[in-house]
Design a protein around this ligand. Structure first.
Ligand code: SF4
Ligand code: SF4
Ligand code: SF4
Length: 467
């Protein structure tokens, strides 16, 4: 190390210490407050994830409002027939619906829409519209489980030729016995409408659905020709075992490149041609059934729900958790949690795990009779407020509101102490406790005091009244 460097480091440390002391002179004790918690939960969405979360809360003794837009429980699981493990899904779905319906702690709002959400963690007021009537329910925590929708497509003659169906339709026909074995060939095309510009994400479930349906066809008729045209096979985790089983059963997997997708023509019956990097010549397959592995779309209502709750959604319309690893089932806005397909496409077992995790996190709120409010929050000096509404627009947590006198007020329970409003307020009417302007002023005075005028900027940007 250069001989002058330790001296510089000591000088720097001394400066920082002096600045800290200057600030410490103006520190004052912070006292938090507490408020009562409404120990009732509310779940938006009556699919498997929503019902699982509601049952998990109800099982712990909490009352739960379950709000479902349609008039029946079950969500997307009602369309599925069997799992990759060859288990029948219907009895499971019927069982969970029955359990939820019979649970004395769950209050159902079927055919109901959430129209407004006010309040904050521990004390939410949720407006509902049901059967032409408005009502309001109170709750302490909200779980978002709004689900998702199967993506529609018009590619590969879908809608023009009856032989072109989706994996979901194939599954339903296989279960009904409406898919005659002895067909010429079944060709499955993967990533239809997924992993492209419109839907850049992988829908995660469609590779497993193809393997599941391919195995079912092979079980019905081992001589049936089943081809899967894929970009990558994403039967991740233990699902890889079923991919191996499908190969062993004689299902033929043919890779294609994203810039050379398969072509489906109707010239002489259905013919699928594909140019694979693994074959020197294009492959042509005559078939009477093309099965499209379409993706998963975010629920169309997600943006409206996100705006109401002031929580984020991503560019694809799915809700975004506060932190992928540290807060995976909750939003940055306290008291609001998420699970299921509303978050991202995933398998039912993953949705169920996530729903239980969300309920578990929500119960950490509902289990308390009172919640403490942190003292490091912003406060408004209403005599300075010029009612410009800047703070209401910039706060990411919706903490500032406007009172009857058109002056801003900050709901301490919602404030996360980020300080954005204090920095943006043009009238300097907001102070963030523990980080007040006068404390910063004294720190800067101390920095420039010790004869180091050369470091002072030639022009100090001024904002009237800031310091
Ligand atoms: S799961 Fe498979 S078919 Fe579906 S988008 Fe991902 S890679 Fe494509
Ligand atoms: S930004 Fe400042 S002046 Fe504007 S409404 Fe908020 S507190 Fe009042
Ligand atoms: S400090 Fe942050 S969270 Fe609190 S009111 Fe201001 S902008 Fe909102």
């Amino acid at each position: 190390m250069h001989s002058a460097e330790p001296e510089k480091a000591t000088e720097k440390a001394t400066e920082l210490m002096k600045m800290s002391v200057a600030r410490a002179r103006l520190l004052s004790p912070l006292t938090g407050t507490s408020f009562a918690v409404d120990q009732t939960g509310l779940v938006i969405g009556g699919g498997v994830s929503g019902m699982t979360a509601a049952l998990a809360l109800a099982g712990q003794g909490f009352k739960v409002h379950l709000v479902e837009k349609s008039d029946r429980l079950g969500g997307r699981a009602l369309d599925l027939r069997y799992t990759l493990e060859h288990e029948d899904i219907s009895p499971f779905v019927a069982g969970i619906v029955k359990e939820a319906e019979e649970h004395p702690n769950i209050i159902f709002h079927l055919g109901a829409d959430v129209t407004n959400v006010a309040g904050f963690i521990g004390q939410f007021k949720v407006s509902l519209f049901q059967d032409g009537t408005d009502s309001e329910v109170s709750c302490g925590a909200i779980i978002v489980a709004t689900g998702a929708a199967p993506a529609a497509t018009g590619e590969y003659l879908r809608g023009k030729d009856q032989g072109v169906i989706t994996q979901l339709e194939l599954e339903q026909r296989l279960q009904k016995g409406d898919f005659a074995p002895g067909r010429r060939n079944v060709v499955m095309i993967q990533c239809v409408g997924s992993r492209n510009e419109e839907r850049p994400y992988c829908s995660r479930i469609c590779c497993s659905m193809s393997v599941k349906n391919a195995l079912k066809i092979k079980k019905l008729d081992p001589s049936a020709g089943v081809y899967v045209l894929y970009r990558d096979i994403r039967t991740y985790g233990f699902r890889e075992k079923y991919y191996k089983q499908a190969r062993e059963a004689g299902v033929i997997f043919i890779r294609y490149e994203p810039d050379a997708p398969p072509l489906v023509s109707q010239d002489n019956g259905l013919v699928v041609s594909v140019k694979s990097p693994d074959f020197p010549e294009p492959v042509e397959i005559e078939t009477d059934c093309v099965v499209l592995s379409t993706g998963v779309d975010a629920a169309g209502d997600n943006r409206r729900v996100a705006d109401m709750l002031k929580v984020p959604i991503n560019a694809d319309g799915f809700f975004v958790e506060a932190h992928l690893k540290l807060r995976p089932v909750e939003f940055a806005t306290e008291g609001i949690f998420l699970c299921g397909l509303a978050h991202s496409p995933k398998h039912m077992d993953e949705n169920i795990s996530q729903a239980r995790a969300a309920a578990s996190r929500a119960s950490t709120v509902l289990s308390k009779a009172y919640l403490e409010v942190g003292a490091q929050v912003s406060q408004v000096d209403q005599s300075k407020c010029i009612s410009c509404m800047t703070c209401t627009k910039v706060c990411p947590y919706g903490a500032p509101t406007v009172n009857a006198d058109h002056k801003a007020e900050i709901i301490a329970a919602k404030c996360m102490g980020c300080g954005i409003c204090a920095a943006e307020c043009p009238a300097c009417a907001i102070q963030l406790n523990h980080f007040e302007s006068r404390q910063f002023k004294d720190m800067l005075d101390e920095l420039f005091r010790s004869g180091k005028e050369e470091r002072r900027p030639a022009v100090v940007p001024e904002k009237s009244g800031v310091l």
